[in-house]
Ligand binder design. Structure first.
Ligand SMILES: [Zn+2]
Length: 280
């Protein structure tokens, strides 16, 4: 019976052909097979269906990290990753595994210390003084009351069970401030160059996500304009909201509580209308 199973082309693939187990990749399998066969993962393992590149890649990541993971587990994860949300989680998770890999520390040897010291001394003596001039430029004056209110609101919105999370990576904020001042986080205005002060338009981000948001979103005027449009044209929320954003090579989401998104949406619409009437 087992041999028959191995030698007969009986597995339905997505393009309608039937193949021997050893000939198919997991991703080729007809999805109805996975849906109807509750034990399909085990079947896949026992029949020796060829692993997809993705499985290999994930397994290699784990191996580099000194841990082993079964094919069954990976197939399970891949199936979990068939939803958009699941895929984003999975990518994030793979990045984290990569980041936690041990890296050799760099080295930079000084072969001739005396010569290097002489050169440094000479270069320092020849260097020009740092010039300082008084300059007048327009600098945004932050209203500290608004910012304080924004921080208090963000802390309330994004704390569950005493843990405050980042709106992008959704991880716990990295450390606590001294004297019971709560978690360190960055309150980042969602868009640059807004016309009016408002406590609603801030995001609660960890330092890493804050830097990424600044570089990949706020420094890109066209991207900001599109993001503002997407927020304004979204239906008024009746539950928490997730907005897809691309930050560098990373597809991710910004998570908002319903109330926070509601307020941001209202204010950004006001801002958009105000800019439109300015332009006329
Ligand atoms: Zn974060």
């Amino acid at each position: 019976m087992y041999n028959d199973l191995m030698e007969t082309p009986w597995l339905p693939t997505t393009n309608g052909e039937f193949k021997r187990p050893s000939e198919v990749y997991i991703s080729d399998l007809d999805p109805t097979l996975e849906a109807t066969e509750s034990n399909s993962n085990r079947l896949i393992e026992e029949l020796g269906i060829r692993k997809t590149d993705v499985v290999h890649e994930i397994q290699a990541l784990f191996n580099n990290n000194g841990s082993n993971v079964s094919t069954e587990m990976i197939v399970f994860l891949i199936q979990a990753g068939t939803t958009e949300d699941g895929q984003i989680r999975m990518q994030q998770w793979m990045r984290e595994i990569k980041q936690s890999e041990a890296v050799d520390l760099p080295t930079a040897h000084v072969p001739n210390p005396e010569r290097r010291e002489r050169k440094l001394q000479q270069a320092y003596q020849d260097a020009s003084d740092i010039e300082r001039i008084e300059s007048v430029r327009s600098v945004r004056v932050h209203n500290s009351d608004i910012k304080r209110l924004a921080r208090a609101e963000l802390r309330k919105y994004y704390t569950t069970k005493d843990t405050m999370i980042c709106q992008i990576c959704r991880k716990r904020m990295p450390f606590n401030l001294p004297n019971d001042q709560g978690p360190y986080f960055e309150a980042v205005e969602i868009l640059p160059k807004l016309k009016k002060e408002s406590s609603a338009v801030y995001l609660a981000l960890c330092p890493v996500c804050s830097a990424k948001y600044q570089i990949f979103m706020k420094d890109d005027a066209e991207k900001c304009r599109q993001f503002q449009n997407r927020i304004c044209t979204r239906p008024t929320p009746s539950q928490n909201v997730k907005m897809n954003v691309t930050l560098g090579d990373e597809q991710t989401e910004i998570f908002f509580t319903e109330k926070h998104f509601f307020d941001i949406q209202k204010i950004l619409k006001e801002e958009r209308d105000a800019s439109a009437s300015d332009a006329q």
